[in-house]
Write a protein that binds this ligand. Structure first.
Ligand SMILES: [Zn+2]
Length: 206
């Protein structure tokens, strides 16, 4: 069995982008703090489970008392456009750019190249259901990272929903110029995202 230092360090190592040295530093940082500060941290972590819910329409995490998140229930948002992102932090970046007033759909991840069970990694089925529902959009914008995994995810998801797109006459577009290869939505500045949204390219027209 791991001792408490090793146990916590190995949990930090599971965080995105955290290596063994950083994970160890987090553990020692907590050790150097007070019992009160550790209790506060533990409480906030538990609150994530009890006070945060998943929006049943866009699958964004939120802390509203209502079922739907504040974006989905806002009557001023344009229901004709649905922007598809991989994760919540990408959605936050687009919101901060103030360049978009439509609705969102959070896939919940990306699909590793040549994955045999893509539906285990992203909410493809949920997206399909969202499109056949009564609030079907007229356009879907894929705002994925311009990495091979981001593009692969878009291709697989698009293929999966192809029949619905055709049946409902929904056009799809991807973020345009301004996003160079390897760009991650999460780390893009507002101006870049704004320009990429304005210059989005309709799929099939490229
Ligand atoms: Zn929502």
């Amino acid at each position: 069995m791991k001792n408490p230092l090793e146990a916590l360090t190995s949990l930090f190592r599971e965080f995105p982008g955290i290596g063994p040295r950083q994970a160890e530093r987090f553990t020692y940082h907590l050790l150097s703090g007070t019992n009160a500060s550790r209790e506060q941290l533990a409480k906030e972590i538990l609150n994530l489970g009890s006070k945060v819910s998943l929006c049943p329409s866009c699958f964004k995490f939120h802390t509203e008392s209502s079922n739907l998140c504040s974006i989905c229930k806002n009557p001023n948002r344009d229901k004709n456009i649905l922007l598809v992102v991989a994760k919540d932090t990408d959605l936050s970046s687009v919101e901060k750019s103030h360049a978009y007033n439509g609705l969102y759909f959070v896939l919940g991840g990306t699909i590793p190249l040549l994955e045999k069970k893509p539906e285990d990694h992203v909410r493809m089925q949920e997206l399909k259901s969202r499109l056949v529902g009564k609030d079907s959009p007229k356009e879907i914008i894929f705002a994925m990272n311009t990495t091979s995994e981001g593009e692969y995810t878009r291709e697989v998801v698009e293929l999966y929903i192809q029949a619905v797109l055709k049946e409902k006459n929904i056009k799809t577009s991807i973020l345009g110029r301004g996003l160079s290869t390897g760009t991650e939505i999460e780390y893009s500045d507002s101006e870049t995202l704004k320009s990429a949204l304005i210059h989005r390219t309709q799929v099939g027209e490229q």
